[in-house]
Design a protein around this ligand. Structure first.
Ligand SMILES: NC(=O)c1ccc[n+]([C@@H]2O[C@H](COP(=O)([O-])OP(=O)(O)OC[C@H]3O[C@@H](n4cnc5c(N)ncnc54)[C@H](O)[C@@H]3O)[C@@H](O)[C@H]2O)c1
Length: 316
């Protein structure tokens, strides 16, 4: 059987699949040529990340397809219900990248409180001529320890982020309409662990009480954070969006940064991805990454192995 990993797959996944007799093809076929490539090569399984789109038309035109796999979480690039109606298996690896996304959130927070995003822009330009001025302008840093982190969306990544926050010494509060109460077991390096109990607060309570806010909700119709929500936040709050572009209103964000309501923001995802607005890219108070939340060796390796396990059990 042939598996086309159109957006790539980790070596761990290739090895496991080949060991079970699958042929794994890792070329990247352009979206408009995908239909003919799949048909000419009689591809049984199509693996994608977020780049390749698997819409109704492709599913209809490719009768050899038995399985569509998404390495990662969000499946907004796949017509999942339609594919399942047509009898295809549609799989993903929801848990494999949570810890990596959580660490990226903290990279943005740790960087932001010490102005690293801006210092890294200005040190190469003026570090030798204006060292003292730069030292002064980046001197008002803060610590994360002792501050309150508000987590909007307390699913897999929200919880992984909360665990890191506890390790850092932050107080964690959350809002999630579907998870009323939860006990989080936080593991330490030596095998010990400690349990912490949480209870969902209202959105307004979380927005009002948080020094730092992080979004971990799925893509949805409207914004989760827009002008009204910024209005409820503390003066000088920081916010990170590593969930999906479109859950955070970027125009309202820029306004809130200009007024000082928001001290800094960290963005891994963008409303107009893959061409984020220049106003966002050039903003000195935004720490930017190009949708790399799950892009660690560890997460990709877990994703590859999890995909392979599922494919082997479904298609063998
Ligand atoms: N940056 C990246 O590279 C990257 C990588 C993986 C996942 N993600 C994104 O992270 C997000 C979260 O993923 P996850 O695995 O934790 O999902 P999950 O399904 O485990 O958790 C999402 C939670 O959000 C809650 N929720 C939904 N709407 C809400 C709202 N309006 N307010 C508050 N809570 C709400 C749900 O009840 C659920 O508990 C997804 O959007 C996913 O696409 C990003």
């Amino acid at each position: 059987m042939k598996i086309l990993a159109n957006d790539g797959i980790a070596q761990s996944g290739i090895k496991a699949l080949e060991k079970s007799g699958f042929e794994v093809i890792t070329v990247t076929v352009a979206q408009e040529q995908l239909e003919s490539y799949i048909n000419e090569n009689k591809i049984d399984g199509l693996l994608v990340r977020s780049a390749t789109k698997v819409r109704k038309e492709l599913i209809d035109q490719c009768p050899s397809l038995k399985l569509i796999g998404r390495g990662g979480v969000g499946m907004d690039n796949i017509d999942v219900d339609y594919a399942r109606e047509k009898g295809l298996h549609v799989i993903n690896t929801p848990a494999a990248s949570s810890a990596s996304v959580a660490e990226l959130v903290f990279a943005h927070f740790f960087g932001g409180v010490r102005y690293l995003h801006d210092a890294n822009r200005n040190m190469p330009l003026e570090g030798d001529s204006k060292f003292r001025q730069l030292k002064k302008s980046y001197a008002g840093g803060t610590e994360l320890r002792g501050k309150t982190l508000g987590v909007i969306g307390f699913g897999r990544i929200g919880k992984a982020t909360a665990k890191l926050a506890i390790g850092v010494g932050m107080k964690v509060i959350y809002h999630d309409p579907l998870i009323e109460k939860v006990t989080l077991e936080v593991p330490f390096f030596d095998g010990r662990s400690m349990a912490f109990n949480f209870q969902s607060l209202s959105m307004a309570e979380v927005l009002k009480a948080s020094d730092f806010i992080t979004l971990h909700v799925p893509a949805q119709k409207g914004y989760v954070i827009a002008q009204k929500e910024f209005g409820l936040m503390k003066q000088g709050v920081a916010i990170v969006n590593a969930a999906r572009g479109g859950v955070l209103d970027e125009v309202a964000l820029v306004d809130a940064l200009e007024t000082g309501k928001v001290a800094f923001a960290g963005l891994d995802v963008y409303e107009s991805e893959p061409s984020p607005e220049i106003r966002i890219l050039m903003h000195p108070k935004i720490s930017l990454t190009p949708h790399i939340g799950a892009a660690t060796g560890e997460a990709q390796s877990r994703i590859g192995s999890e995909l392979a396990e599922q494919i082997i059990s479904l298609l063998k």
